[in-house]
Design a protein around this ligand. Sequence first.
Ligand code: HEM
Length: 491
Amino acid sequence: MSKCPFSGAMSTPLTASNGAPVANDNQSRTAGARGPVTFDNHYLFEKLAHFNRERIPERVVHARGSAAYGTFTLTKSLSEFTIADFLQQEGQQTNIFLRFSTVGGGQDSSDYARDPRGFAVKFYTQQGNWDMVGNNTPVFFLRDGIKFPDFIHSQKKNPRTNLPDPQAVYEFWANNPQSLHQSTILMSDRGIPLSYRHVNGYSSHTLSFWNKAGERYWVKWHFKTNQGIKTLTNEQAAKMPAFGAQQDLIESIDNGDFPSWTVKVQLMSEEEAKTYAINPFDLTKVWPHSDFPLMEIGQLELNKNVDNYFAETEQAAFAPSNLVPGIGASPDRMLQARLLAYQDAQRYRVGANYNQVPVNAPRCPVHNYQRDGAFAGINPALAGAGANFYPNNRANQGEPAEVVAAAEPPMPLEQDAWLDIYDTRDEDNFSQAGALFRLMSEDQKNQLANNIADGLSQASEDVQQAMYAKYEQADKEYAERVKQAVADRTR
Ligand code: HEM
């Protein structure tokens, strides 16, 4: 590579995007001392045009986030359950990238919203990237992806006023009793984390493992914060700077105080799943630990901040469909909807070749017959000079060929499965919400009722009544406390 003749100067030469040195970055070229700019100001035009294109669409949900790199260390081999290559040898380390986020707010909203926190981990394994795109809650508001856009619309700002809309929030929940378990968690004292270091992470969904023998196990992942869960009340949160969680993460890592999580899994065999009282693929339910104990398998540590927020955190593309041999999906309907949604969003948000952006690029070689598209060759190794079709006769010349050994065992279906629309209205939406309420201390029950009443007191009478009926089905006392807290606000 020849050296730029100007690089011998004291400082790095400033260049235009074509690499040519720029002689003046302070003044435009003008026709005389007081005259207009001339048309040969191509560097000015380049600068302004690039500035106009500095933004990409923000994520439609989870727009506000913070991320860092780190390491996952396996402390217990899972070779009995999975062929996933990063889960074989105790002591094995895998590089990861973890992005935390709030859900509903835009990119410049507050870190202290009462909102779930996203907990998305990219494991750069030797057999491809595995993304665990979870939240800080073990369940979710919905059990069918068809409801997701409606749900998100109801929680975001009102389309006319662009203001928060408690009527819509509770009107959606009043019409969707399946949300009660998650909304109880959200409105509890756990609803506003002190920082990202103080949240747990969960796959929430049931995923799967499969082993050498082709046996499948259903799996839920848990990442327990070693910093302890710490939360804020509404009053405490209101006093925090909007960027507080971002600052906390950056500073703790810069100071060498690396946050970490103990990683655990719950496992259920296919046989157990067939007869277990709770539908194991219902995202609104937990698997009680007494039935499926947590098995500790590793430690996850964050130890390196990003160098550039936009290039890494903003362009990061996590997807539940980023799976590796040994880790699969499950029949969870929400998860299935997500298998499509994320890559679709990222093609729009970042572009067709988003997986070539360094933060997303697998750390193992990528060989395939996908070609071209905007910015193809960001990663030159993927430009692809060889055959661009498959099958071909060139396997012995190094052209990629299928890896039959990586085939996933067949996904079991219920016997006599019929394609239809299954109404899940009759599923039990209330037992686990009631059980959670009964576990709470007096102070926690008060916080829950008051947090609910803040919004519910602004909703219409019919929505209030519908919500009381739901709280009552979870626990009579739950309903009584909420009614009282609403009455205190409307008196
Ligand atoms: C059918 C239901 C769902 C749909 C359609 C959906 C869709 C989306 C979309 C389109 C994005 C933005 C992706 C991007 O632009 O990169 C996103 C981000 C995210 N979603 Fe979901 N989502 C669903 C349910 C869930 C659930 C149940 C969880 C957690 C258990 C979850 C966790 C996340 C997280 C953590 C992010 C941010 C990832 C990041 O940090 O970049 N989502 N979701």
